[in-house]
Design a protein around this ligand. Structure first.
Ligand code: CA
Length: 220
């Protein structure tokens, strides 16, 4: 899962990036509205944390431009305290949820998890596929209740596949959602992560769909 964090206050931006990375997401960060608009318009994100008060272009305008261009990723806005009109304007502009500053990081992370899982059509914080469970609250994968020992990249690949269970996911999709923008991407590494995951998972969970990509599906 790949998140865009848009916040112009450097200390808060750094705290957000650290917290979001710590729960297994990859993060890009923008400190002004123009950069934010460009990234959200050209890159693939599973969710965006968007401050409203931003230099160069305010968050409401950024959000309106994304929505007008058909960008549908979930967006959580950060609003100023006692500023109910920002919430109204943000939701009307296409925000999916909001938190008011100052906020507890745990609340923001819970709201982010909920947005990501709802975007994938999942009702619960625990995603399941046959014997496999992904607990998005603590970034753990379990097989029949036993925790799997995964590297951060393996976890990201598995989490993306679990959020898109029974769908074909291309290598390009995986690359877009497991690496941050500045990371040196190599499509061959996806095959390496899939091979490692297959060794750690029950046989048959990850299918190769020839020429298209991979599909995570419960064995019959
Ligand atoms: Ca701000």
């Amino acid at each position: 899962m790949r998140i865009l964090v848009v916040e112009d206050e450097p200390t808060l931006a750094a705290q957000l990036v650290e917290a979001v990375q710590a729960v297994g997401y990859v993060v890009d960060v923008a400190g002004n509205g123009v950069d934010a608009h460009f990234l959200g318009d050209t890159e693939s994100y599973d969710a965006v944390v968007l401050d409203i008060g931003l230099p160069q272009m305010d968050g409401i305008t950024v959000l309106k431009k994304w929505r007008a261009a058909g960008r549908t990723m979930p967006v959580l806005i950060l609003t100023a305290r006692d500023s109910w009109h920002e919430k109204v304007a943000g939701i009307d502009a296409g925000a999916d949820d909001y938190v008011t500053k100052p906020f507890h990081m745990e609340e923001l992370l819970a709201r982010l998890r909920a947005l990501i899982r709802r975007a994938g059509g999942h009702a619960s914080a625990e995603l399941t596929c046959g014997p496999l469970t992904l607990d998005t609250r603590n970034s753990r994968a379990l097989v029949e209740g036993q925790a799997l020992n995964l590297t951060s990249h393996e976890y990201r690949v598995l989490a993306y596949l679990m959020h898109h269970r029974d769908q074909v996911v291309s290598r390009g999709d995986l690359i877009d959602h497991i690496y941050a923008q500045d990371f040196d991407r190599d499509s061959n590494t996806v095959e390496v992560f899939i091979a490692r995951l297959r060794k750690k998972l029950p046989a048959g969970l990850i299918e190769t769909v020839r020429g298209l990509g991979y599909r995570l599906t419960a064995p019959q």
